[in-house]
Ligand binder design. Structure first.
Ligand SMILES: *Cc1c(COP(=O)(O)O)cnc(C)c1O
Length: 373
């Protein structure tokens, strides 16, 4: 077909099975470790029809070729492990904790060196370069929601001879296309928005570079820590409704961010969709929407915990991207020292917005009352 399809149509239609009489319209789960020789695949560690379908959709959405991994960290470590020993990495000080921890560990063993930067400050990121092999970006960052100017940073990094990888989990393939902005590699934690139901762990790497792709594919087969067909099937089923879920969650997030900003016990709100957010201008330029993650701060850790405990509709739990709203005081985890202690990371879900606001307002009002008495 010559018609250029909208991404929300691609999410629904790509990766379907062959249109043959009697063939299933939905790809079944292929639970087979081995395949008759002479076809596309002979053994389950090298390939599986359920991975292929999910990879086809993700590749089409990002404009590259995708590889599925057993988790987001599986995808991230595949990219980082490929770097030659002694390579330098520049990465956000507020990158996903697992990615930072991976690099810290590698540095301890002398395999990688790293510098941490504030990705929202393009000039200072590029100043950090000095024999750097990889610029690792995340945008928006988890959990501080800083926004990186991917196009400007990719251009600067390439001039300095570095590759650029972007963890685009918060944006999803529908809101941001890092490869179009000049990045070499995109990674996703499929666990989050793409699968969308908090019931699967999976990850993906997407690239346009054939050599990178072939090398990662070879290493995935040899490494052997592969994704399961059932998880891949579930993730694809989730991905089919990503456009709908995101549309709803994003509208909710915009509305709740605005209302949170006006609440007297909330000292700060970060959401790239707010016109006065430091990341707004770049996000408006490089994204097709601002996503559904909102962070807000209350006085301290104890106040944040009282808010979380008082919530009934919104669930106090980590992770994000599921249908249900969740809230997480990030400072409760070791390794999140750069996060203000009263910061709540709010994954806005698909519930009716007034129910979410009533839940939040009740929990926040309880704190105002405590203060007043
Ligand atoms: C959750 C997350 C990851 C890690 O993904 P897993 O599937 O949990 O391994 C990586 N990056 C970001 C931004 C995440 O939110």
């Amino acid at each position: 077909m010559n018609q250029e399809l909208h991404p929300s149509t691609v999410a629904v239609t790509a990766g379907r099975g062959p249109r043959e009489p009697g063939a299933p319209t939905n790809l079944p789960v292929t639970l087979s470790s081995t395949f008759h020789p002479g076809g596309e695949r002979i053994y389950g560690r090298h390939g599986n029809p359920n991975w292929s379908a999910l990879e086809e959709v993700l590749g089409a959405l990002e404009g590259g070729r995708a590889l599925v991994y057993a988790s987001g960290m599986g995808a991230i470590s595949a990219v980082l492990e490929r770097l030659p020993v002694g390579s330098g990495v520049v990465m956000p000080f507020d990158a996903y904790y697992g990615a930072r921890k991976f690099v810290y560990e590698a540095a301890e063993h002398g395999r990688l060196a790293y510098k941490e930067v504030d990705v929202s400050d393009t000039a200072s990121v590029l100043e950090a370069f000095d024999s750097v092999e990889l610029l690792w970006l995340e945008s928006p960052t988890n959990p501080l929601l800083n926004v990186a100017d991917i196009a400007a940073l990719a251009e600067g990094a390439h001039e300095r001879g570095a590759l650029v990888a972007v963890d685009s989990t918060f944006a999803t393939p529908l809101l941001q296309r890092p490869l179009d902005l000049g990045a070499d590699i995109v990674v996703h934690s499929i666990t989050k928005y793409i699968s969308g139901h908090s019931d699967v762990l999976l990850g993906a790497v997407v690239t346009r570079d054939d050599q990178t792709f072939e090398e990662l594919l070879k290493r995935r087969s040899l490494g052997g820590a592969i994704a399961g067909p059932m998880e891949s099937w579930l993730a694809l089923r989730g991905l089919r409704t990503l456009p709908l879920r995101l549309e709803r969650a994003q509208v909710n997030a915009g509305e709740l961010a605005r209302r949170l900003g006006a609440h007297p016990v909330v000292s700060r709100v970060r959401y790239p969709g707010l016109p006065d957010d430091p990341g707004h201008e770049v996000a408006a330029r490089q994204m097709d929407g601002f996503g559904a993650m909102v962070c807000f701060e209350v006085a301290d850790a104890a106040a944040a915990d009282r808010v979380s405990e008082a919530l009934e509709v919104i669930v106090d739990a980590t992770s994000l991207g599921g249908l249900e709203s969740t809230i997480d005081r990030r400072s409760r985890y070791a390794g999140e020292e750069s996060v203000p202690e009263g910061l709540l990371r709010f994954n806005v879900g698909c519930e009716f917005v007034e129910d979410l606001w009533a839940d939040l307002a009740r929990a926040l009002d309880a704190i105002s009352l405590e203060r007043a008495t």
